[in-house]
Ligand binder design. Structure first.
Ligand code: SAH
Ligand code: SF4
Length: 355
């Protein structure tokens, strides 16, 4: 079977060329064809000598996940169902803003964390994605927008990456790191680390390492105390809030420059949306530099929660803002095509858990 090149680190690609008896600068040329120009066909790599192209063709493949379906929301959000070579599928979403746009990518097929409010959490965990499959989603998104070769930072639509799709990124950490290093490489996709955000449900032991990678951190906090968090997020039994908050402090200490952490907070009616919860929340994050992101709960069939009402959400936001915290209410994007937070679920290759 031919070997897949997407997902190899830069060092691994150099090694691969040396093993073939080629000069190491060939790796740089190849890297640029793959990640700057987006080519998947060796024959189009015209700066490489023909015999070398033939050799590459006989040994390797370059695969972007195939796009099974594409849906466009009235608000400009685009959602793809993407399929990998073994038939497993994930959803990937592009969310445009006025001056930029973020591609929301997945790290696992399904998710083992089982957060009670999350649609993905009802799916069985099937497998981790490889580094190539993680970064491949961004490349297929670029195919869809014809954004090759890599445009300058100012002109590109697909300027940011948010690792907020299906799965818990820090439970697939090695592959995630390789994928993000590929994303940041200036000879290829050239996404600045400042434009990459990783969201975790709170797998605390890996959080400080995200500072070494230089990327932004978002925490799916969703509760002001352990009692509530244990009920809605099983991960909290392993990494309770004290451990999680300490990991966040360590992350901020290790960051090169001042780096706010985004605390995501989905508002669930009568569960975590009362004024006393807002008060408790502010005490919890004492000593951290954070901004909140309040997320209206997105309903899905069979969900055991209801969304908080408009007034409760605004009241919650006001309490935080009166205490100088940024606490915007996240505008739902792509809800008409089930592309909003927590609504992602792939149709095929993932069974629903029965509990
Ligand atoms: N697994 C990672 C990243 C993906 S989830 C994590 O949990 O952080 C992206 C965000 O959507 C998380 O903050 C998640 O908690 C939130 N979310 C999940 N289900 C939701 C729902 N039904 N409504 C609104 N937000 C939801
Ligand atoms: Fe997994 Fe994140 Fe959903 Fe929790 S919120 S089940 S960690 S995808």
């Amino acid at each position: 079977m031919k070997k897949e090149l997407i997902g190899l680190s830069r060092d691994e690609l150099v090694q691969e060329m040396i093993t073939l008896g080629e000069k190491s600068f060939r790796a740089k040329q190849l890297w640029q064809w793959i990640y700057n120009k987006g080519k998947t066909n060796f024959q189009e790599m015209t700066t490489l000598a023909k015999p070398f192209r033939e050799k590459l063709d006989s040994l390797y493949t370059i695969t972007h996940p195939s796009i099974v379906t594409e849906q466009n929301s009235i608000d400009g959000t685009r959602k793809w169902l993407m399929e990998f070579t073994d038939g497993k599928q994930v959803e990937c979403v592009y969310i445009p803003e006025s001056d930029r746009g973020a591609v929301c990518i997945s790290t696992q097929v399904g998710c083992a964390q089982g957060c009670k409010f999350c649609h993905t959490g009802t799916q069985r965990m099937m497998r981790n994605l490889t580094a190539g499959e993680i970064i491949g989603q961004f490349m297929s998104a670029r195919d869809s927008y014809h954004e090759w070769p890599t445009p300058t930072d100012e002109t590109r639509y697909l300027s940011n990456i948010v690792v907020m799709g299906m799965g818990e990124p820090l439970c697939n950490f090695e592959n995630l790191k390789t994928a993000l290093r590929i994303a940041m490489d200036g000879d290829g996709l050239a996404i600045s680390k400042r434009r990459i955000t990783v969201s975790t449900s709170g797998v605390a032991n890996h959080i400080p390492e995200l500072a070494d990678l230089g990327v932004k951190l978002a925490i799916s906090l969703h509760a002001p105390n352990d009692e509530i968090r244990n009920q809605i997020m099983p991960v909290n039994r392993k990494f309770p809030l004290k451990v999680l908050i300490n990991a966040c402090k360590e992350y901020q200490k290790r960051c090169e420059r001042r780096q706010f952490i985004t605390m995501e907070y989905v508002l669930l009616k009568d569960v975590n949306d009362q004024p006393k919860h807002a008060e408790e929340l502010m005490k919890l994050v004492d000593g951290l530099e954070v901004k909140f992101n309040l997320i209206p709960f997105h309903h899905w069939e069979g969900a055991p929660f209801e969304a908080s009402g408009h007034n409760a959400i605004h009241r919650f936001s006001k309490i935080l803002e009166n205490n100088w915290f940024a606490a915007p209410i996240r505008r739902s994007r792509g809800e008409d095509i089930m592309a909003a937070c927590g609504q992602l679920k792939s149709a095929k290759g993932t069974d629903t858990k029965k509990d």
